[in-house]
Design a protein around this ligand. Structure first.
Ligand code: RB5
Length: 161
């Protein structure tokens, strides 16, 4: 299941992505917004990111004007890794190297065909593991260190975070 969310600036592009993903055969959950009336992007980012944290959806795409606010907000939810992407290369690497479950798009930066290409590339990419695993584990260690979490066992292959 893929989640989609946007603020008012991202709403038209989010609607295009909804049709694109459904036509691709994906199961999609729409986290809003549902019009171009102003909403605060952290509210939408939090709803989608919390659904990832809770295991209700596996991946998500968030759209605002720049993609930046959505990424900053989604990354505050523990266990959620959101990457702002602007082209196909960064979309692919967000998954292959960074294991990001969420990408964020800026509707003021990408047009509809580019957004479709970005999402397609990201959906087809898989985390490559290998040397990237250690780096992603270190990101989880940072999160644990600053959230006061004691759940660090196993992150670094038995070594302390
Ligand atoms: C509007 O709230 C604007 O700040 C938003 O769409 C986004 O660009 C934030 O990063």
């Amino acid at each position: 299941m893929i989640g989609l969310g946007s603020d008012h600036n991202g709403f038209p592009l989010k609607q295009e992505l909804l049709s694109f993903l459904e036509e691709r055969g994906e199961e999609v959950r729409d986290f809003g917004t549902s019009s171009e009336a102003p909403v605060d992007y952290p509210d939408i980012a939090a709803s989608l990111a919390e659904a990832i944290r809770d295991g209700l959806i596996e991946r998500g795409v968030l759209v605002c004007g720049t993609g930046l606010g959505m990424a900053i907000a989604a990354n505050k939810i523990p266990g959620v890794y959101a990457a702002p992407v602007t082209n196909v290369y960064t979309a692919r690497k967000a998954r292959e190297s960074n294991n990001a479950q969420v990408i964020t798009l800026g509707a003021q930066l990408v047009d509809v065909p580019l957004a479709f290409a970005i999402v397609e590339a990201w959906l087809q990419a898989e985390f490559q593991g290998g040397r990237s695993s250690r780096k992603v584990a270190k990101i989880r260690c940072l999160e644990a260190r600053y959230s006061g979490s004691a759940v660090t066992a196993g992150l670094m292959g038995g070594r302390p975070c």
